[in-house]
Design a protein around this ligand. Structure first.
Ligand SMILES: Cc1cc2nc3c(=O)[nH]c(=O)nc-3n(C[C@H](O)[C@H](O)[C@H](O)COP(=O)(O)OP(=O)(O)OC[C@H]3O[C@@H](n4cnc5c(N)ncnc54)[C@H](O)[C@@H]3O)c2cc1C
Length: 398
């Protein structure tokens, strides 16, 4: 098999770094094309604003890449249980032990993961070309800095606004939810006990994720999906008003589950969109947010992206002696391998979003009654736990 073919990964965030590292470890000649990696400077006791729920399957993949052990264990929070509340008294509780597991997931800072992947890339000597993709001319990329880079395969890990996807003419559709995801960290009065909490409130979805204690005080990370206008209002508030508004709103939506909350970080907002794309074209394969975007209510966007990367490496490694890495017969195998997991995740997250956004008392009664039924069926709960681990396409993490 020819493994000396050249692969260039466009994009140097989590999906791009994981792709390049995995491909390098599989024996391919690979480099990254992306603006320089700039780690965020954090003062002692500060945490990166973006945290991710990393599934058991993703954790295993990051460990295989050699990146998991490079992260500081004190900054990683295991999730041992989930508690999901409906808008009318419905509640589903999932515990890892109910399916003989130790953990359901881990909450990890984006910055920790990036740093670990970057370090591993340096150990493996993967070249990083500090530039931006601008256009495609056959099997050659022309960068913003006017470099010409030829390769047998370009991996598009350049995010939701992927310029490589557009240049390659890969079909893409996007639909805005009209909501934004607000993220911030809080101190809470009561210990979270490694439980990920979520409330579907009708017009918003609130998740409070367990984080490491700071100065002996428990900490959680908020992901609050709210209508865009409300998010704009919150982001425009002066610091004191913003803290008061968030603390009061979260206390009320969580029914005081963790006691009083106290904002301990800046607040960031991300527009939420549902996006799908064609995944491949001759000499081009997309991974991560360049390939798809799902609602963060299940905490699965990055996990889905890491699944793409594992599948792409497998297909390229097993492609057979006479096929080039950019051959459509090979790339279509990757596309087929990802079709079901991506479609199932899309359907699950979009379906849940619509179910809880549907107005009216009868629908509300039905969805909450459904949650109560699920909560009493151990075999359904075991299935949900296996899905949360990421070993099944319709995974839901929180
Ligand atoms: C509020 C919120 C909460 C979330 N929570 C979770 C969670 O708990 N669990 C989870 O699994 N997922 C979660 N997600 C999803 C997750 O954030 C994304 O799936 C993930 O960050 C996508 O990473 P990426 O590397 O594909 O893209 P990006 O992070 O967008 O990176 C794209 C990279 O490409 C580079 N780039 C852009 N243009 C070019 C160019 N022309 N040339 C070269 N490089 C370029 C950029 O500089 C950047 O480095 C959440 C998302 C949101 C919005």
């Amino acid at each position: 098999m020819k493994n000396n073919e050249r692969i260039v990964v466009c994009g140097g965030a989590l999906a791009g770094m994981a792709s390049a590292l995995g491909l390098r470890k599989a024996g391919f000649e690979v480099s990254i094309l992306s603006p320089a990696y700039k780690p965020m400077e954090l003062a002692t006791g500060q945490y990166h604003p973006r945290v991710y729920a990393v599934s058991v399957a993703s954790q295993r993949f990051l460990a295989q890449l050699g990146a998991w052990n490079l992260m500081s264990p004190q900054r990683i929070s295991p999730v041992q249980a989930m508690e999901v509340h409906g808008d009318g008294g419905g509640c589903v509780n999932l515990h890892a032990w109910q399916d003989a597991q130790d953990y359901l997931a881990w909450i990890v800072e984006s910055g920790q993961m990036e740093q670990a992947l970057y370090q591993a890339l340096q150990v493996f000597g993967v070249p990083w070309i500090e530039d931006r993709f601008e256009r495609l001319e056959g099997n050659t990329i022309v960068t913003a800095g006017n470099k010409r880079i030829s390769a047998d395969l370009f991996v598009g890990a350049d995010g939701a606004r992927s310029a490589l996807r557009t240049a390659a003419g890969i079909e893409h559709q996007a639909r805005e939810y009209g909501d934004a995801g607000l993220v911030a960290h809080f101190h809470v009065e009561r210990p979270h006990q490694q439980v990920a909490l979520q409330w579907f409130t009708g017009d918003s979805i609130l998740a409070l994720l367990p984080m490491p204690d700071v100065d002996g005080k428990p900490q959680v990370s908020m992901v609050w999906s709210v209508p865009q206008a409300q998010a704009d209002k919150v982001l425009a508030m002066a610091a004191e008003e913003q803290a008061q508004y968030l603390q009061n709103s979260l206390f009320s939506l969580s029914n005081g589950r963790l006691g009083q909350l106290s904002l301990r970080s800046s607040v960031h907002g991300f527009p939420l969109t549902f996006e799908r794309s064609g995944l491949v074209s001759p000499g081009v394969a997309l991974v991560g947010d360049a390939a798809h975007r799902v609602h963060p209510l299940a905490g699965q966007g990055l996990n889905l992206g890491l699944g793409d990367i594992e599948a792409l490496i497998k297909v390229l490694s097993e492609r057979g002696a006479h096929y080039s890495v950019g051959d459509m017969r090979v790339l279509n195998r990757y596309k087929r391998a990802r079709a079901e997991p991506i479609a199932a995740m899309r359907a699950a997250t979009d379906g849940l979003y619509r179910l809880f956004a549907a107005p009216g008392a009868p629908v509300s009664m039905l969805r909450n009654a459904g949650m109560q039924v699920v909560d009493r069926l151990p075999w359904v709960k075991r299935r949900l736990i296996a899905h949360a681990a990421g070993f099944s396409p319709d995974s839901l993490l929180f």
